[in-house]
Design a protein. Structure first.
Length: 149
């Protein structure tokens, strides 16, 4: 029993001194507090994604299940047409932003962008998840009251 207690205390002390591990535990209701979600951002020093990736917005319904509700909101997305070949049957890769703010770097540095995009000459779109980043349909308090959250 004493050996088990010492082992547990040793593990706790190692884990709490590891900065990366402690940072990864920063959650609120099981969700990361960091604005970049569970994955974080790819490590890069190259900022040329800003020149080839366009930020766009489109308007959509707030409630798709209530035909009487005509409220709309704007959702953000990014598009990379750099590798897209319009002359053949190239696919469209749609990445759905997870639990963090969408970042255009994923259309230049992420695995889909670097491995599959050039091979298939694909159009790449990154859609920001609503309620994260700048895609905020309504204020949080009214969402809870109205039942949209």
């Amino acid at each position: 029993m004493r050996c088990l207690l010492i082992t547990v205390l040793l593990l706790v002390s190692i884990i709490t001194t590891n900065h990366h591990f402690v940072h990864s535990l920063r959650l609120l209701f099981g969700r990361p507090i960091d604005k970049h979600g569970f994955l974080g951002l790819p490590r890069t020093t190259n900022n040329d994604h800003e020149s080839i990736v366009n930020e766009e917005w489109f308007e959509q319904k707030l409630d798709h299940f209530d035909p009487t509700n005509v409220m709309t909101w704007k959702q953000r997305y990014f598009i990379n047409e750099q590798m897209f070949n319009r002359s053949n049957d190239s696919p469209v890769f749609l990445q759905l932003g997870g639990e963090g703010e969408a970042n255009p770097i994923w259309l230049k540095e992420g695995q889909i962008a670097t491995n599959y995009g050039p091979y298939y000459q694909a159009l790449q779109i990154l859609l920001e998840h609503r309620y994260y980043g700048q895609s905020q349909p309504t204020k949080l308090v009214s969402l809870i009251i109205d039942g949209f959250f």
